[in-house]
Design a binder for this molecule. Structure first.
Ligand SMILES: Nc1nc2c(ncn2[C@@H]2O[C@H](COP(=O)(O)OP(=O)(O)OP(=O)(O)O)[C@@H](O)[C@H]2O)c(=O)[nH]1
Ligand SMILES: [Mg+2]
Length: 491
C-alpha cells in the first residue's frame, strides 16, 4: 500500500533541505518562498525507499502556518520530525509533535539536522524526551552524513505503520485547486478512503455541487484508478475553478447520507498537557482534514465532548480532529469522531455509555422497543369514490383541497390509502405520486435533481415541483444539498 510521509519541525531547522537531499526535489517552488527562505505552502516529492515509493509532504515550520502544517499532516501515515543540532527542541517542534499525536500518527523518525555545524548530542536527547517512540538519527543535508542511516530508520518506521482501511466510500480532502488550460479544474489531496476512478460521478461537499472525474494522476502520471492513502490529482469535469477550494471534500457521487456535511460531532479528546484543556463552553478552533472552523466545546463528561461547529465539516466515524486555541494560537490536543451527526445534547448516563461503546468500536445495541398495545380495530369511515376519481384525474397538479372536497372527506380518503397529503391544503393520489417518484429517481440516477429539472420533466409549474420535492425530502427519498437534491442511499 502506498504510504505518505510528512515532515514536521520548527522553522529553519532544515526540513526542506533534508527532503531535497533525500529526493533531489526542491519543494520550495513559490517565488515568495525563495525570497524569504522559508516554506509557505505544502510541498510534495516522491521518495524511493527499500519499502517502495513513498509520497513526502513537506510542511512549513513558521508559527503562522501551523494550520497549513495540520492540513498537510492530516493525510500522512508516518512522520519525519526535523530538529536542528544547533537549536534543539523549539516551540513548533513541540506543537507539531502535539498535532501528530492528535492525528494519531505515531510511527516516525527524528532527524537531527545540521550535524555538520553543531554537536547533535543535546538535540538528540531533547528529541528522545519529546518523542520517545521514534528512532533519532543525526544527519547533515550539506555533507550527506547520516542519510543512509536515516533511510534505514524510515524503512523500519514504515513497517510500523498501521495500514488504513482501503475500502469505504471515496473521500478526498482538497488541499490545492488550480486550473489547466484546456483541461479545466484540478484538485489535489490525499485519498482518505475508497478509490478514485476515471469517469466516476462525485459530489463536492459541503456545497453539494456535482462533477465527473475526467482524469486521475498520481505523481504526474495518468492512471485509471487510485487507491486510499495515495496523493492524487483529479481533473473534474463540470466544475468551475471558483466552485471548489481548499477544505472542500470530494466524495463518491452515491455517498448519500453516509458522508454528509455536519455542524455537530461527538468526540473523545486528549489534551497535549493538563493545562491545555479548555473550560467547557470555550470557543476553539477545530481542524478536520483540510478544513478548519471555530466551534463551541460542550462537555459531555470526562474526555467526551460535543463540538458545535460554526462551519460544517464532512466527518466519518473514527476520523481525527485537532483542537487549537484561537488566541493565542496553540495546539491544545485532538481526538476521534465517535458520532458524525449527533443531535444537540448535553451529558447523560445513557449517552456516556453509548460513547464508550463507540470508542471501543462495539456495535450499537438494537433499540429496545416496548411492545405497543394493539389498538382497537376501528373501521375507517366510508370514503367518497367520486372525490377519489377527481383527485386521480388531477394527476400531479391537484387543486387546493377546498376546490375538491371537505376536510372530513379527505381524511376518509387518507384512511383508505387513496390520498396523500402534499402540503398544508393539498392532496395527491398515490398513483400520481408513484409516477412522479419514478421520475425523481430517474433524474437522481442521472445526476442531481433540481427544481427546474423536475418542473420541465413533468411539464408542470414551479409550485407543484416545489411541493413534490419537499414531499420527497420529508419522505427521505431525496436529500437537499444547496440548491439541488440528490437521492439518499437506500439502506
Ligand atoms: N550547515 C547546514 N545547513 C543546513 C542543513 N540543513 C538545512 N540547512 C540550512 O538551514 C536553512 C533552513 O533550511 P530549510 O530546509 O529551508 O528549513 P525548513 O525547516 O524547511 O524551514 P521552514 O520550511 O521555513 O520551516 C537553509 O539556509 C539551509 O541551507 C544542514 O544539514 N547543514
Ligand atoms: Mg521548509
Amino acid at each position: 500500500m502506498p504510504l505518505t510521509l510528512g515532515t514536521a519541525g520548527h522553522i529553519d531547522h532544515g526540513k526542506t533541505a533534508l527532503v531535497r537531499a533525500l529526493t533531489g526535489i526542491d519543494t520550495d517552488r513559490l517565488p515568495e518562498e525563495k525570497r524569504r527562505g522559508i516554506s509557505i505552502a505544502l510541498g510534495y516529492a516522491p521518495l524511493e525507499l527499500a519499502a517502495g515509493r513513498v509520497s513526502v509532504v513537506d510542511v512549513p515550520g513558521h508559527e503562522r502556518f501551523v494550520r497549513t502544517m495540520v492540513a498537510g499532516a492530516t493525510g500522512i501515515d508516518f512522520f519525519l520530525m526535523v530538529v536542528a543540532a544547533d537549536d534543539g527542541v523549539m516551540p513548533q517542534t513541540r506543537e507539531h509533535a502535539a498535532v501528530l499525536a492528535a492525528l494519531g500518527v505515531d510511527a516516525g523518525v527524528v532527524a537531527v539536522t545540521k550535524a555538520d555545524v553543531a554537536d547533535p548530542a543535546r538535540a538528540l536527547a531533547e528529541a528522545a524526551a519529546l518523542l520517545p517512540g521514534a528512532e533519532a538519527v543525526a544527519v547533515s543535508a550539506v555533507t550527506g552524513a547520516g542519510l543512509a542511516e536515516l533511510r534505514d530508520a524510515l524503512d523500519r518506521a514504515a513497517e510500523r505503520v498501521v495500514p488504513r482501511a482501503a475500502d469505504g466510500v471515496m473521500r478526498l480532502h482538497v488541499d490545492r485547486v488550480f486550473s489547466i488550460r484546456g483541461a479545466g479544474t484540478v484538485v489535489t489531496g490525499t485519498l482518505w478512503s475508497g478509490e478514485a476512478v476515471s469517469g466516476a460521478q462525485v459530489a463536492i461537499l459541503p456545497s453539494g455541487r456535482r462533477a465527473r472525474i475526467r482524469g486521475v494522476e498520481v505523481h504526474d502520471e495518468a492512471v485509471e484508478r487510485a487507491g486510499a492513502g495515495q496523493r492524487v490529482a483529479l481533473n473534474l469535469a463540470g466544475l468551475d475553478r471558483d466552485e471548489v477550494a481548499r477544505g472542500a471534500v470530494v466524495v463518491a457521487g452515491d455517498a448519500g447520507a453516509d458522508l454528509a456535511a455536519s455542524y455537530r460531532v461527538d468526540v473523545a479528546l486528549a489534551w497535549a498537557t493538563p493545562e491545555s484543556r479548555p473550560d467547557g463552553g470555550a470557543r476553539v478552533g477545530v481542524h478536520h482534514g483540510t478544513r478548519e472552523t471555530a466551534a463551541r466545546l460542550a462537555e459531555l463528561g470526562g474526555r467526551f465532548f460535543q463540538l458545535r461547529l460554526e462551519e460544517p465539516i464532512v466527518p466519518a466515524y473514527g476520523d481525527r480532529v485537532v483542537i487549537r486555541s484561537l488566541a493565542p494560537p496553540d495546539t491544545l490536543g485532538g481526538g476521534v469522531v465517535l458520532d458524525p451527526a449527533p443531535r444537540r445534547h448535553g451529558p447523560s448516563r445513557d449517552l456516556l455509555a453509548r460513547l464508550v461503546r463507540l470508542e471501543r468500536g462495539e456495535p450499537e445495541p438494537e433499540p429496545v422497543v416496548a411492545p405497543e398495545p394493539e389498538p382497537e380495530p376501528v373501521a375507517p369511515p366510508d370514503y367518497d369514490p367520486e372525490l377519489e376519481e377527481r383527485l386521480k384525474a388531477a394527476g400531479h397538479e391537484p387543486p387546493a383541497d377546498a376546490e375538491l372536497g371537505s376536510a372530513e372527506a379527505f381524511a376518509a380518503l387518507r384512511a383508505h390509502g387513496r390520498a396523500v397529503r402534499l402540503g398544508r391544503d393539498m392532496h395527491i393520489h398515490p398513483e400520481a405520486l408513484a409516477r412522479v417518484e419514478a421520475r425523481v429517481v430517474a433524474l437522481g440516477e442521472a445526476g442531481e435533481i433540481t427544481l427546474a429539472g423536475l418542473r420541465d420533466d413533468l411539464g408542470t409549474s414551479r409550485k407543484y415541483a416545489q411541493a413534490l420535492l419537499e414531499h420527497f425530502d420529508a419522505a427521505r427519498l431525496t436529500l437537499r444539498v444547496g440548491d439541488a437534491r440528490r437521492l439518499r442511499r437506500r439502506r
